[in-house]
Design a protein. Structure first.
Length: 494
């Protein structure tokens, strides 16, 4: 995997969109949504096809022999400092599975991110996936990061001296030399900073490929294509800067949808993945791009190490846009883009220049339709204070939507009301949308959403539409394979 050839440290993100973190008790390992924390960063050490992962506390990710729960198959994953660095409990074998990785222990078990109700929620164990519903629990997205401050580069280099080489498949054939690491900032940080300078004050941009065609949001409001019509409004992309990430941007089309690196293959059997316009319910790493300057052009890299690529050749490749890693010299330039700033963000003289996303009130302003790359449209200097950094996630509170309170029932449909309930806000009106959201919240699959009758206390599955937006709902989540679910099929039960 090309992604890991220069990686000195990584983060591991589970199927629940949570990161593997090393707790401050220097023993526990769990999942957390805070992927920016130093506790989510793991130094990589390797020998052959086996790697070790060291936490910010200087302890190793360890597949212990201690049962997580008595009578269950999963074993605890902890942080330890073994007396012998060749201890097989701290060795993990990365196995590629599509765009993701499995980490296998010497005993053949896999690092697993558990979902469901407590105590399973946010826990991490090593186990064999027992059913098809938990197959994805052993898959991890691996993202390269800078070396954590708690682990100086010198310490990292000294640790490399104990291991002759890093996995050829994942990390390249040779570790980086001390001179190259000392002379350069981690992961080309200076190139990232220079590239980000293009976007700091840019409100809208156009991206021009090496084919001299522009990145366009197609009128179907889903596809992304290349076209020579740079004066079209569909060639305009609004820039948003991401909170707590000084080298990441989002690009929003004229249809108010985000440039998205999807997991859908462009053509069956080919490596390129589709780039789309989407409006996700929650802004995630699929809509985040990292600009990297190369000469007078830039590359836009996804969090998974692929690059935005303008394809040439014969149809269906011609004018298509994918994200991929260029494997041939002839296609190296396909990931390079010229950035034309078509609208500048004007700040008041007293405003500070921190990275912030652009407000929705200004993002709808029309861009200059000039096709000249040097054309720039300026707006009034009475620019109001910028909104919060994530323009969708942190927009001003709205009252629309209903509050959903939920409990997860046991196999018989019983609920422990004393444990309190979890809640979230849902804007959609359908049971399908509610079911998908509850699967995300609970980490469960193949669920049935029920309500409890006020007359007899029995559970009834929800059908079709939900009550009006201003209604508060209390629902019960059960597994489709549970005894409670099977009772729905009995006569007399709707």
């Amino acid at each position: 995997m090309e992604l890991f050839r220069t990686a000195k440290a990584v983060t591991l993100r589970s199927h629940l969109d949570k990161y593997l973190v090393a707790d401050d008790d220097q023993e526990t390992v769990r999942q957390s949504r805070n992927g920016l924390s130093r506790r989510a960063k793991w130094l990589v050490e390797g020998s052959g096809h086996v790697i070790r992962l060291k936490s910010c506390h200087g302890r190793y990710l360890t597949a212990s022999d201690t049962a997580y729960l008595l009578g269950m198959t999963g074993k605890k994953v902890t942080q330890t400092v073994p007396g012998n660095t060749s201890d097989s409990l701290i060795e993990w074998e990365p196995i590629r599975d599509g765009f993701q990785v499995k980490l296998r222990t010497r005993s053949g078990k896999f690092l697993r991110a558990n979902g469901g109700t407590p105590p399973w929620r946010n826990s991490v164990t090593h186990d064999y996936p027992q059913s098809s519903a938990t197959q994805n629990w052993t898959l991890w997205d691996v993202e390269p990061v800078e070396v954590p401050e708690a682990d100086p580069v010198a310490d990292y280099l000294s640790s490399l001296s104990s291991f002759s080489s890093i996995s050829d498949d994942l990390f390249g054939s040779e570790p980086p030399s001390p001179m190259s690491i000392k002379a350069a900032e981690p992961f080309g940080l200076s190139s990232k900073r220079i590239a980000m300078e293009l976007f700091h004050n840019a409100k809208a941009v156009r991206l021009r490929s090496h084919h001299d065609k522009y990145l366009l949001a197609d009128d179907d409001e889903e596809s992304v294509i290349q076209d020579r019509s740079g004066s079209s409004k569909t060639a305009r992309w609004t820039v948003e800067l991401v909170k707590d990430a000084d080298s990441i941007i989002r690009l929003r089309s004229c249809f108010n949808k985000y440039l998205t690196a999807s997991n859908q293959p462009f053509l069956l059997g080919m490596t390129g993945r589709k780039v789309l316009q989407t409006r996700p319910g929650r802004l995630d790493s699929s809509v985040e791009w990292e600009p990297i300057k190369e000469g007078n052009r830039i590359k836009l890299r996804t969090r998974y190490g692929n690059f935005l690529r303008a394809n040439g050749g014969l149809p269906p490749w011609r004018n298509s846009v994918t994200h991929d890693v260029p494997h041939r010299t002839a296609t190296q330039d396909w990931i390079l883009w010229v950035v034309d700033i078509v609208e500048i963000q004007i700040q008041s003289p007293t405003a500070k220049p921190p990275l912030q996303s652009l407000s929705h009130s200004d993002s709808s302003a029309s861009a200059s339709d000039s096709s000249s790359p040097s054309s720039v449209s300026l707006h009034s200097a009475s620019f109001s204070r910028q909104e919060s950094n994530d323009s969708l996630e942190n927009s001003p509170p709205k009252t629309e939507g209903r509050t959903i309170y939920y409990h997860v029932a046991d196999d018989n449909g019983n609920v422990d009301d004393s444990a309190g309930g979890q809640s979230f806000t849902l804007k959609e009106n359908g049971v399908f949308e509610l079911t998908r959201r509850l699967e995300e919240e609970t980490g469960l699959e193949d669920i049935i959403v029920c309500s409890r009758s006020n007359l007899n206390g029995k559970l009834y599955p929800l059908r079709l539409q939900l009550p009006p937006n201003n209604a508060t709902m209390h629902v019960i989540v059960i597994q489709a394979s549970s005894k409670a679910a099977r009772s729905f099929a009995k006569p007399g039960i709707p």
